[in-house]
Design a protein around this ligand. Structure first.
Ligand SMILES: [Zn+2]
Length: 324
């Protein structure tokens, strides 16, 4: 073996340029598979790891397959690897995952990301939504201090769906006012001054529908700031919430210095500018895009590909209910 490797290394010197770059590429590919696998295998401590089938913590190590550590559960005898039960389970070509995470951070389209990572566009599509699946569940559970709230209306989109519920439209709506009420999708944004942001999607924007989210997020000490829209007025009145109200008719933007919603408005504006590159997103994936933007904002747009991947791997923590 040792002699073979010495001979092999010597022969590398004799390779022509084309063969040498092929060899280099193969080594880089192997290294990135090893690196990603190492990262995934070592993400959780042995103490924290549990069986995805029965949650038992008593496990045997059960060999390594496809560079991933396998385990056997002492209680239910089932085997699993570090990705079983996570959104990354059964995805292939691990060596390109970090490059793909980088494409997500850079906001590349499905096609551009596919070209960049040398995968098919269907793979690119599948990876995008699997990588973002967990981001949906990583939202603040509480907000503090001044909570700026505002909503944004999107038009229902069946993009990518071959069976349309309506006649095809040539262009989007001129403005929000032109979106028929039946086709409206509402997104709620709550942002506190510590830059923690919560968002959710609603087909009907009513005080009752907002209640489950807001009652969880707001505490006795928070000051809820919004425009004086009926939905917010009704919610704050019914639930006894401290409310900093901004009146719309007077175009009031700041009241008593602290009561304003400029931060959440900026967040919404930047989000919309960022979303333009995707040229409309299907409503069924809207929560993925909102979460993706929220995740990058949480890291001040300096999130690393490694963090994207580790967050994508962690099993579901909370259940969120979309489209109330
Ligand atoms: Zn088990």
């Amino acid at each position: 073996m040792t002699q073979n490797i010495v001979k092999f290394i010597e022969s590398v010197n004799n390779l022509d340029t084309k063969s040498y770059s092929r060899l280099k590429e193969a080594i880089e590919k192997r290294d990135s598979v090893k690196f990603v696998s190492y990262m995934l295998n070592n993400d959780e401590t042995e103490v924290g790891r549990s069986c995805p089938h029965c949650k038992s913590k008593s496990l045997h190590k059960w060999g390594i397959r496809n560079d991933l550590q396998r385990y056997k559960c002492k209680d239910c005898s089932k085997t699993f690897n570090v990705l079983t039960g996570t959104p990354l389970a059964h995805l292939r070509k691990k060596g390109r995952w970090l490059a793909y995470a980088k494409c997500l951070i850079d906001g590349l389209s499905i096609r551009k990301a596919a070209a960049e990572c040398g995968v098919h566009r269907n793979t690119s599509f599948r990876w995008r939504h699997r990588f973002l699946q967990n981001a949906n569940q990583i939202k603040p559970e509480k907000l503090s201090g001044i909570v700026e709230t505002n909503e944004l209306i999107f038009a229902w989109s069946d993009k990518g769906n071959k069976k349309l519920r309506r006649k095809p439209r040539k262009r989007g709506y001129k403005s929000v006012k032109h979106i028929p009420s039946k086709s409206r999708v509402f997104t709620l944004f709550c942002r506190d001054r510590g830059k923690n942001t919560f968002d959710d999607i609603f087909l009907k924007f009513s005080a009752d529908n907002l209640k489950p989210d807001l009652s969880k997020l707001l505490t006795k000490d928070t000051l809820f700031c919004s425009q004086n829209k009926a939905v917010y007025l009704k919610y704050t009145k019914e639930n006894n919430v401290r409310h900093g109200v901004l009146s719309i008719p007077k175009r009031e933007s700041v009241k008593k210095d602290v009561v304003h919603i400029k931060n959440v408005e900026k967040y919404q504006f930047d989000l919309q500018v960022w979303m333009e590159r995707f040229r409309g997103v299907a409503t069924k994936y809207l929560h993925n895009y909102l979460s993706w933007y929220r995740e990058m904002d949480e890291f001040d747009f300096k999130i690393s590909p490694e963090t994207v991947l580790i967050r994508a791997k962690r099993p579901e923590r909370y259940n969120t209910n979309h489209f109330r």
